[in-house]
Design a protein around this ligand. Structure first.
Ligand SMILES: [Zn+2]
Ligand SMILES: [Zn+2]
Ligand SMILES: [Zn+2]
Length: 375
């Protein structure tokens, strides 16, 4: 526990515009008044380039706040873009699932539909289009591959929730606009068609009664209170002052806390300083400031640690220097991970460096440094 506390003490970081170091708590304020940054912004704003809404977002390890970054990115980027960025710089080890939690809504890298083996939303839309040309009451598109066994393992509410998602897509109607009677009729009809023989008369009555409860739930669902994919623009779900959360890997989870601290109209980061990873050409995320790597001490001798034995709840408990790593290996420690500047240090197979190199991160930081020096 004491080790965790000591880690929290080190929380200075570097402004990537003027390259000065500041305490974590001062960085938001500094970025507001950083001369180099305002010079860059002024130059950008005097150019004819198209302006766009930019969010200033602070992200930190939810339980390891010693790791933090100040980002700037266009508000019309999607949560996918932000997720891809966070994975690339801080998180990715073996392509685990991830999710943002914003208010009551959850935005997953893989939606529940996908987990359930249902078709992806575009396929459902396509099926709907085709279906409109055919007689509506006839062939159902083959999108519910619910086995009877699966259905029997679900509670009626779960069945209802899953099928009502389909209902929303099928009728293309705003569920909130339907009268309770209309909703009940459409709902039970769909259930009967979808579930066929597995729908017992008792269940049918239950579902019919449940439809009264389900309609308002569905309205909430439509109003973003449930699970979505990440194909959502930041501007649709975030505003200045909004706190939100990110989780990577639902097993050995790395949790991040984020906050939109400011916004401005400006030009999106240019090609040469944009974060151009594998996720398309338009995504532009700028790291304005980032924490300095915290000093992690070797658990044996107290010298700076270079590696960490995997599998500790507090990664500091597995931190070792090169010398001690050779001599103090405990029998259950068969894997070392490098100490990296990320809240996922020592977790699962996270090695950090590979990702950073793959995404040319070092080059970019050097470029930025050179740019700043020129001014
Ligand atoms: Zn600065
Ligand atoms: Zn992993
Ligand atoms: Zn040591």
């Amino acid at each position: 526990m004491a080790k965790v506390a000591s880690t929290k003490l080190t929380s200075s970081g570097k402004c990537n515009f003027c390259l000065s170091e500041f305490d974590k708590s001062k960085m938001t304020q500094h970025l507001k008044y950083c001369k180099q940054r305002s010079t860059i912004i002024k130059t950008e704003n005097s150019a004819e380039a198209q302006k766009t809404r930019l969010f200033h977002i602070v992200v930190e390890g939810r339980y390891l706040p010693v790791y933090w970054m100040h980002l700037e990115m266009p508000a019309n980027n999607t949560l996918y873009d932000l997720d891809a960025f966070l994975r690339a710089i801080w998180l990715e080890c073996c392509n685990h699932l991830s999710a943002f939690n914003i208010g009551k809504a959850s935005y997953s890298s893989q939606t529940e539909d996908m987990l359930w083996g249902l078709a992806d939303p575009t396929a459902i839309e396509a099926a709907d289009v085709e279906e409109e040309d055919i007689d509506e009451d006839e062939e159902e598109p083959d999108i519910t591959e619910l086995s009877q066994a699966e259905i029997q393992n679900l509670s009626p509410v779960e069945v209802a929730m899953r099928l009502s998602e389909l209902l929303q897509q099928e009728f293309q109607a705003n569920i909130a606009d339907l009268s309770p009677a209309e909703f009940q009729a459409k709902f039970t009809e769909l259930m009967a068609v979808r579930m066929g023989d597995s729908l017992t008369p008792e269940m049918q009555i239950q579902l019919s009664n449940l439809s009264v409860l389900i309609q308002p739930l569905l309205v909430d669902f439509v109003n973003d209170d449930y699970e979505h994919d990440m194909d959502v623009e930041l501007s649709k779900v975030l505003k200045v002052g909004q706190k939100f959360f990110h989780e990577y890997d639902f097993g050995s989870t790395t949790k991040l806390a984020l906050k939109v601290v400011a916004e401005r109209e400006g030009t999106a980061p240019k090609d040469d300083d944009k974060y151009s990873g594998e996720f398309g050409e338009d995504e532009t995320i700028k790291i304005m400031a980032r924490n300095n790597p915290p000093q992690i001490s070797c658990r044996e001798c107290g010298k700076p640690a270079t590696k960490v034995a995997a599998g500790y709840y507090y990664f500091e408990d597995g931190a070792l220097c090169d010398v001690c790593a050779r001599t103090s290996l405990k029998e259950y420690e068969d894997m070392f991970l490098p100490i990296v500047n990320s809240p996922r240090v020592g977790v699962c197979g996270y090695t950090g460096d590979a990702n950073v190199e793959e995404f040319d991160w070092d080059d970019e930081e050097e470029d930025e440094a050179e740019e700043d020096e020129e001014q």
